[in-house]
Design a protein around this ligand. Structure first.
Ligand code: SF4
Length: 143
């Protein structure tokens, strides 16, 4: 299987604060598969570290009030093209992220509350008929 994975889940330090979201369950699932790690926010040209962003009224905005919508969407497009080129079977994505979250994301108030919805990249993959799962489905974490 060709599996695209949020790079931070594999230990890449591309998270907004310079850390990672390493997940043993994801590593185990992707063991002996063809893995394509991606970070759509980095692909869109955003630096690490960077201000945390959330989706506010449909637009990606940083906690500093600056729109990062263009970068998020450009990065998601680049990663979507890679997903098509590599003919991936599945994408395993990081929970709650305004790029990668599947089904639940932060609500745009920077208060830690979640709402129904998916991140920009996860939505784009789904719209293109690509199967996505949230890492929380593997860990059993309740979102
Ligand atoms: S954009 Fe996705 S891959 Fe990159 S740090 Fe955020 S959750 Fe991880």
């Amino acid at each position: 299987m060709n599996i695209m994975v949020s790079a931070c889940l594999l230990g890449h330090r591309c998270k907004y604060n310079g850390g990672d979201n390493y997940c043993e369950e994801v590593r185990a699932l992707t063991d002996r598969q063809k893995v394509i790690p991606v970070c759509p926010e980095s692909a869109g040209g955003l630096p690490t570290p960077r201000p945390p962003c959330e989706i506010v009224n449909g637009e990606v905005v940083g906690s500093d009030g600056v729109s990062r919508d263009r970068e998020f969407r450009a990065g998601a497009e680049i990663c979507l093209e890679l997903a098509k080129e590599k003919d991936i079977d599945l994408a395993v994505l990081q929970s709650r992220s305004p790029s990668c979250g599947v089904g639940k994301i932060y609500d745009g108030t920077f208060s830690g509350r979640l709402v129904e919805g998916s991140g920009v990249f996860a939505s784009m993959l789904q719209a293109n008929g690509i199967r996505v799962i949230d890492a929380a489905e593997l860990t059993g974490e309740k979102l």
